[in-house]
Design a protein around this ligand. Structure first.
Ligand code: PLP
Length: 388
């Protein structure tokens, strides 16, 4: 049973769009063929995968062959970072990587893995507003740099990075540029030409598609050591029987997200602004984390000094409200958020922070209810905390 009445954790995952589920259903039932089989059922599955690739390529403004389907954002990030780095090493070329200190762990842990194998990594720190300056990326580039990897939008504070400017710098230095666009998918333009990216990760469950399916865009001629050995699927780039229903669902979800993007974003942003304005006004000593304007339209990350983020979440949960105190992947661990640390927040502000991320089904009434609850709860929790 799910007792959540108000879901405000769309950065963790989104509900599957019923229209996407409808589109996927035939491939989970009667249209079950293996896309590699040559008879009719196999050709039917192959046609669905081909249609999906072509549909997604239109949104990304790329060639269909530049898309590699994966099991999600984590695999795509691993493939991009390890694949490009290892190819470079095997050619006797550079083994230095430039990334940022507030990437998702799929990138950070891949970089740390490579460090253990003798690669070197520079972790560029974002500014206090959660934006990485292109100049700091350029300063970090060395003669032996083989990859630059910078996320499009941060998963905790939603801040949007100057990707085209960084892309231009990487291009000028002749270095492949990877972008983790997992949080940007379904919210920001994914045009790989305008963004000047060479590799880009996406995950379907962030834009009302199914979980466990994603993609890596790889620009033609980008040097990469493919990681998944097995069959000849994905043009010999990623072995394994295709997740036909998932891939089809991702394509339908992505094209639906980009059909009415501006109108949906405007609606969500209006609700988000109402949430931030009301909380900052009605709850004393509350502060927004991350730049106010250059951020995803659905993200509010707020610190309540003197309260504990986990306790706030438990209180919200008891009222049927789902939110997060960092990225979902670190929930349950007591580690302070590496993102909030990277932007230089003091520990009390980190400890009292929560992330509220809106989605297309949230209503103004829900936002008002959450604001009212925070207004009532935070002072109570502060008093409890002070007594301890
Ligand atoms: N990158 C970012 C920025 C994310 O927010 C996430 C998931 O939260 C991932 C990568 C991992 O994606 P997936 O859940 O599809 O493995």
């Amino acid at each position: 049973m799910n007792d959540t009445r108000i879901y405000l954790d769309h950065a963790a995952t989104t509900p599957l769009d019923p229209a996407v589920l409808d589109a996927m259903m035939p491939f989970l039932t009667e249209r079950f063929g293996n896309a590699s089989s040559i008879y009719a059922a196999g050709r039917d599955a192959r046609a669905a995968v081909d249609w999906s690739r072509a549909t997604i390529a239109k949104v990304l403004n790329c060639h269909a062959r530049e898309i590699v389907f994966t099991s999600g954002g984590t695999e795509s990030d691993n493939l991009a970072v390890k694949g490009v780095a290892w190819w470079s090493r095997l050619q006797g070329r550079g083994t230095h990587i430039v990334t940022t200190a507030f990437e998702h762990h799929a990138v950070l842990h891949s970089a740390a893995f490579l460090e253990r194998q003798g690669f070197t990594v520079t972790y560029v720190r974002p500014g206090s507003s959660g934006i990485v300056s292109p100049e700091s990326i350029e300063r970090a580039i060395q003669t032996d740099t083989c990859l630059v990897s910078v996320m499009y939008a941060n998963n905790e504070i939603g801040t949007i990075q100057p990707i085209p400017v960084i892309g231009e710098i990487a291009r000028r230095h002749g270095i492949p540029f990877h972008v983790d666009a997992v949080q940007a998918g379904g919210a920001l333009s994914l045009d790989v030409e305008a963004l000047k990216v060479d590799l880009m990760s996406l995950s379907a469950h962030k834009f009302y598609g199914p979980k466990g399916v994603g993609l890596l865009y790889v620009r033609r001629q980008t040097p990469i050591l493919w990681q998944q050995s097995g069959g000849a699927q994905e043009n010999n780039h990623r072995g394994g029987t295709e997740n036909v229903a998932g891939i089809y669902g991702m394509a339908v979800a992505l094209s639906r997200a980009y059909q009415d993007l501006d109108r949906n974003n405007a609606r969500i942003q209006t609700l988000r602004e109402r949430l931030i304005d009301e909380v900052l006004e009605r709850v004393p000593s509350s502060q927004l984390n991350g730049d106010r304007t250059s951020r995803l339209p659905n993200n509010a990350n707020i610190s309540f000094d003197g309260a504990d983020g986990e306790t706030i979440l438990l209180n919200l949960d008891m009222e049927g409200i789902a939110a997060s105190s960092g990225s979902a992947c670190t929930t349950g661990s007591t580690e302070p958020s590496h993102v909030l640390q990277a932007i230089g927040l003091p520990s009390n502000r980190i400890a009292g922070s929560i992330r509220l991320t809106l989605g297309k089904d949230n209503t103004p009434e829900q936002i008002d209810e959450v604001v009212g609850l925070l207004e009532a709860t935070i002072p109570r929790l502060r008093k409890l905390g002070a007594r301890r």
